[in-house]
Design a protein around this ligand. Structure first.
Ligand code: AMP
Length: 281
């Protein structure tokens, strides 16, 4: 695997590949890689000659200094996993390479970045859009791969790519889960054994809500049940549970078209914040 820490040598390398008509797939990550990330690498490898994995813990998307500080960093292990997965290129820049000066540019996606994650993590999506824009400009891939695990992020990045005419094909990859349903996440590594057990509440709540909504139980009642589930599980705290249109993320008061509906949930187990989502059909 070719490892680049600087932008210019990476650009020179990719220019040579593009000159001989090789296609480039980009998989942006913040490292602490797990099988979910590797499924994005696999998807990219199946559709491109060269897969570039970027590994960068982007400070501008953290609205909480302690979350940034505690974010797991496991570079040697990540390199081994990427080598094994057959990833051709790793781009792992330092802060000064990505941000010559503190990021000033702000993005506003209207309602889309004010709801759900945007409501609880103000400025988060502006930081995501900033770093993804930088990566798109640096790598200029043909394809880019994002997980449906971060459902709202996928919508934000799609809007960004469309509005700024990046000309990059985006691919949403299904969420990979642990056998008990917990969505794989770098943050899971921060859970102690007891909290790891409790973390299944996100998946079980989504599944319960999905079944109830399919049985025509009203969203207000389902919402109540999800809140109750968290209230009766010590050490957990629900931040939001919402039903929304899967394309534009308009929030629903009631579910009229289950097949267009995505359920989104976020909250804490101990000090660790987790998110998850599920399509009704
Ligand atoms: P992160 O390193 O958390 O920024 O994630 C990098 C990419 O991997 C994002 O596009 C995520 O949506 C995706 N991802 C994270 N967890 C999973 C998962 N469990 N299954 C599939 N993709 C995932």
């Amino acid at each position: 695997m070719h490892i680049f820490k600087e932008i210019e040598p990476l650009k020179v390398f990719l220019k040579q590949k593009k000159a001989v008509q090789q296609t480039i797939g980009l998989v942006p990550t913040m490292g602490a890689l797990h099988a979910g990330h590797l499924s994005l690498i696999t998807a990219s490898k199946s559709q491109n000659h060269v897969t570039v994995c970027s590994l960068y813990v982007n400070p501008t998307q953290f609205n909480n200094a302690s979350d940034l500080e505690k974010y797991p960093r496991t570079l040697p292990q990540d390199i081994a996993l990427l080598e094994k997965a057959g990833c051709e290129v790793l781009f792992s820049p330092a802060d000064h390479e990505m941000y010559g000066q503190p990021g000033q540019l702000k993005f506003d996606f209207g309602q889309l970045d004010k709801i759900l994650e945007g409501q609880f993590r103000p400025g988060h999506f502006s930081g995501v859009a900033l770093v993804v824009s930088k990566l798109f400009h640096i790598v200029q891939p043909d394809n880019a791969y994002f997980g449906k695990k971060d459902f709202q992020q996928l919508r934000i990045v799609s809007l960004l790519a469309e509005e700024l005419k990046f000309g990059i094909r985006l691919h949403g990859v299904a969420t990979l889960r642990e056998p008990d349903g917990l969505a794989m996440s770098s943050r899971n590594a921060r859970l102690n054994a007891a909290d790891r057990q409790k973390a299944t509440i996100f998946f079980s709540s989504l599944r319960m809500a999905k079944e109830a909504l399919k049985a025509n139980i009203a969203l207000t009642e389902v919402r109540k049940r999800v809140h109750q589930a968290f209230e009766s599980a010590p050490g957990t705290r629900l931040e939001y549970f919402e039903a929304a249109d899967h394309e534009n993320l308009t929030l629903f008061e009631n579910v009229k078209e289950p097949s267009r509906t995505v359920l989104l949930i976020a909250g804490f187990v101990g000090a660790v914040r987790l998110i998850d989502n599920m399509m009704i059909d």
